[in-house]
Design a protein around this ligand. Sequence first.
Ligand code: NCD
Length: 304
Amino acid sequence: MRHLMSPLDFSVDELDDLLTLANDIEHYPEKYAHACDGKKLATCFYEPSTRTRLSFEAAMLNLGGSVLGFSSADSSSAAKGESVSDTIRVISCYADICAIRHPKEGAALVASLKSFIPVINAGDGGHQHPTQTLTDLLTIRSLKGRLSNLTIGLCGDLKFGRTAHSLIHALIRYANVKFVLISPEELRIPDYIREDVLIKNNVPFTELERLEDAIPSLDILYMTRVQKERFFNEEDYVRMKDFYILTKDKLKLAKEDMLILHPLPRVNEISVEIDDDPRAVYFKQAQYGVYVRMALILTLLKWR
Ligand code: NCD
């Protein structure tokens, strides 16, 4: 049995197969409409979510399976003091596979150690968000045709943004990938990623503050929201929240074929005037999230 805690849990070849399966699902959905008949997915969400939870549920329903779960800690026995370990042991009796989101880093890993069914990390605090990364990889591969030879700008809250952390981990395994890390000083990428992931693996990267300086060189611009819920005080958040706003004017500096991704939810960091630009693919990205989660559910259930 296998779980998914980090994008590195899959080898590059396994990822390739998963993304290929997701594209097959995209083009021939009817082939998969009964692939999970009689199977149940539990979604255990201790933190807010729209896309991740609903795309997981849509994915299982598209496969012919059913879903059960809770969408906030308040509506589960966590409110009574139950541990994640105990909850997952019980969920293992009710479902065949589980996606869990929790505000504490490592919570999904703790769950996986006690679980009798595959556990998927659907976001653990400011740490990792591997299924968003699968979504991002599928989006880039499908729309750009490759995951190598890319200059990728990650912009915004690189300190707390788990989607950025997971994406960096995943992309360093492809040839000739360069990163441009765009953030205010206070929201720079954590040291453990700069040192242990980028420098240790000789991955080229630059860090800068002005989005305008970075845009012209980019093949992909990955925008992120300032992670309000991870700030210790409101004042710091208010000071940071509108640091970056991607506007039509700034986009004039970009390559004609640069893609703009965003895991969503967007707050102010991308002006809505950009939504109709063909380079803005963040809503398509949300759709790819369903295909890739279908592929993931099928793959983990097959290995069970
Ligand atoms: C992201 C998350 O939860 O980390 N959302 C998502 O799953 N698409 C990004 C965010 O909340 O900013």
